[in-house]
Design a protein around this ligand. Structure first.
Ligand SMILES: Cc1cc2nc3c(=O)[nH]c(=O)nc-3n(C[C@H](O)[C@H](O)[C@H](O)COP(=O)(O)O)c2cc1C
Length: 174
């Protein structure tokens, strides 16, 4: 049994407070590479991960996500210095699931690399908005990219959260 990997899968938690300090390039690359090795339907790799680190872009994605949330005062990425946006690029039948698989790899890899992370919702709606399409265009990306999920990434600022107890009927053996 590869205990270390199992410990990572079990102990990763959603982090909702981050230090302002940026993560290292080595840490970022380790997380991204793990993302690219996620399973995808028929091995299509029809997913693109966009790395956002420039302060003005971080502010823009926070603003966009907060707008979808309907609370312009919110900080949906919790001050994380890096945001990863996961898009589907192909119209293959498993597109959304592929993006979710990539996102899960990113989160687990982040924890394994000593980083904090949190899956952040509303990526699809963000990039359906004209402001979202403007951002894609500014980054030189296709405005047809479809958002699947996003990840707040950085050094956790605070104690590691405890997992809730698992529900009794999570697993059914037949
Ligand atoms: C599809 C999905 C969407 C999520 N969206 C958000 C979100 O927008 N904001 C947030 O703080 N956490 C979000 N989360 C994180 C969950 O709230 C978190 O995983 C859950 O509370 C369990 O905590 P854990 O990850 O520490 O085990 C999301 C998780 C998933 C899987």
């Amino acid at each position: 049994m590869k205990k270390e990997a199992l410990e990572v899968l079990k102990n990763r938690r959603a982090i909702r407070k981050y230090k302002a300090e940026q993560i290292t390039e080595e840490e970022l690359q380790a997380v991204l590479e793990a993302g690219t090795y996620a399973p995808t339907g028929t091995g299509s790799q029809g997913v693109q991960i966009v790395v956002v680190q420039k302060p003005e872009d971080i502010a823009a994605v926070n603003k966009l996500n907060a707008a979808v949330l309907g609370n312009t005062g919110a900080k949906p990425y919790y001050g994380a210095p890096t945001v990863l946006l996961v898009f589907e690029t192909d119209k293959c039948v498993t597109h959304e699931l592929d993006g979710a698989a990539v996102c899960t790899n990113l989160l687990n890899a982040a924890y394994a690399a000593g980083l904090g992370s949190c899956w952040i919702h509303r990526c699809k709606q963000m990039f359906e908005l004209p402001e979202g399409k403007e951002l894609l265009s500014k980054w030189g990306l296709s405005e047809n990219l479809v958002g699947v999920a996003s990840v707040a990434l950085g050094y956790a600022d605070g104690p590691h959260p405890e997992a809730k107890p698992r529900k009794a009927d999570y697993i059914v053996r037949v």
